[in-house]
Write a protein that binds this ligand. Structure first.
Ligand code: UDX
Length: 450
């Protein structure tokens, strides 16, 4: 009987990172590998959702840390320091009992879990980096580093609308950091460290050649190791349950009662927040558009307040049955639902892939990190959405929602989104790029076993 071949996964403790890593675990599990998930205690995944996986919680000592957005960098640094030794101990134990536990073939880690390579090197285990972003975002890092080493930063405001040389159609204002500001060295050091693959022998990317051919060919030159783009993970592993927050499934019953393509789904992912004014203007704009909407308002996502407590007085009575508001939705099911005709999104990479793979056009309201790069893809490359630019006011909200949900232009946009959906499907079919890459990845990991 052949021995079990274990792959150890190390996700980063944020929803947008844990989700693709667990999905990758399900993909590798169905390719015959045993999966071990070594995770921080903070934002720990639920083992009950993955009965076949083994979970190793790593003490991180961040329980009492400030977890607001502004302090996330410190939290991440602390996790990277504190998880290192427990991870090393766990791995050493796991490797001792090969006959019973099976062989640890390699470690796959999220690109921001920077402690992993040191541990792996000391135990002589191969590592593979998992990138939960687009390959264009990785290219943006390269340009950022160039700008910094050429002493061009900060840039003047008037340059923000220009296209970055050799990085068409991305503009300076799309870059991951605000280039008109002084950028702390510490932030650059972090970006550099998480971009560098160190001693890793390959990269797995949640993207595919059909949608990112150009930038994938460039990153292949940047990193001289095999690159396996096997996305979209959520379609390659459709059954994987990954939510850290309880999903409110009542909204599906509400969607069942709505007409096809009539509902705008509004959600800004797991981190992005809005201030009270933006919430008010969005609310009045949605009312003014007269279109049905399903809106996710997470606890504390508006000025730290509870759920929907900041909505205009009498909002529920005004919208009646035309709107549904939840704290957290089963997003993939929502986007698959025939009633959903548009997605107002912050354009996190997971949300972007989930929307386009269902042929749902987008209204983009990016905030930070890769979200502006993803937005430019949506608006200027794939042509499946519009950006909501500038301050949010009720008139602009009403106008853009009506354009997407009612106007002829919106119907055209939906057709283009459906064409993109077919490209996603092609990538996963036998002979498609993700299908082939997954076979190559499985073979590659098998060659790593001793
Ligand atoms: C973070 C970054 O902000 C994002 O820019 C980066 O691309 C990934 O990491 P996040 O902001 O949470 O992620 O956004 P996103 O990548 O879209 O991931 C959110 C996930 O939460 C999606 O898989 C989505 O399906 C899920 N979700 C969101 C729900 O299941 N229910 C919800 O109500 C909202």
């Amino acid at each position: 009987m052949s021995r079990r071949r274990r792959v150890v996964l190390v996700p980063a403790p944020f929803q947008g990172h844990i989700t693709p890593m667990l999905q990758l675990g399900s993909i590798l599990e169905s390719s015959g590998f045993s999966i071990v998930v070594a995770h921080s205690e903070y934002n720990a995944p639920d083992p009950l959702n993955h009965s076949g996986f083994m979970f190793l919680p790593l003490p991180d000592n961040v329980a009492d840390c400030d977890k607001t957005f502004m302090n996330m960098m410190n939290v991440l640094d602390t996790i990277n320091i504190n998880c290192k030794l427990p991870f090393q101990d766990y791995l050493a134990q796991l490797m001792e009992n090969v006959e019973v536990d099976g062989e640890v073939v390699c470690i796959v880690f999220d690109t921001i879990m920077t402690f992993v390579n040191d541990v792996a090197n000391s135990l002589q285990l191969p590592t593979i980096v998992m990138r939960p972003f687009s390959s264009a975002y990785s290219r943006a890092h390269e340009y950022l580093m160039d700008l910094r080493s050429e002493n061009c930063l900060p840039l003047p405001e008037c340059q923000m609308g220009e296209t970055v040389p050799n990085f068409h159609p991305f503009k300076f204002k799309d870059m991951p950091l605000l280039l008109t500001n002084e950028i702390p060295d510490r932030l650059f050091e972090f970006l550099k460290k998480s971009h560098d693959i160190g001693s890793s022998c390959a990269i797995i990317w949640n993207t595919m050649d059909e949608i990112e051919h150009h930038h994938l060919s460039l990153v292949q030159k940047d990193f001289q190791v095999p690159i396996f783009s096997i996305g979209p993970f959520h379609k390659m592993a459709p059954t994987s349950k990954t939510s850290l927050i309880e999903e409110d499934n009542n909204c599906i019953e509400w969607l069942d009662k709505q007409a096809p393509n009539s509902v705008l789904y509004v959600s800004l992912g797991s981190i992005t927040s809005m201030d009270e004014k933006e919430l008010m203007e969005t609310a009045w704009g949605l009312i003014g558009s007269e279109q049905p909407f399903l809106w996710v308002i997470r606890d504390k996502s508006v000025n730290g307040a509870k759920f929907n407590s900041q909505l205009p007085d009498g909002f529920d009575e005004i919208i009646g049955n035309r709107g549904c508001i939840v704290k957290w939705a089963p997003q993939k099911k929502v986007l698959q639902h025939s009633a959903v005709g548009g997605f107002w999104s912050h354009c996190g990479w997971n949300s972007t892939l989930e929307s386009i793979s269902e042929g749902v056009p987008m209204i983009c309201r990016p905030d930070f990190s890769d979200q502006r790069i993803n937005t430019r893809y949506v608006t200027d490359v794939w042509n499946v959405g519009w950006e909501m630019e500038g301050p949010v006011d009720r008139e602009s909200v009403e106008k853009i929602v009506t354009k997407l949900m009612v106007d002829v232009e919106g119907k055209d946009m939906r057709k283009k989104a459906v064409d993109m959906k077919h490209k996603f499907q092609d990538s996963m079919k036998e002979g498609g790029s993700s299908f082939l890459c997954l076979n190559e990845l499985t073979e590659f990991i098998s060659t790593l076993s001793g």
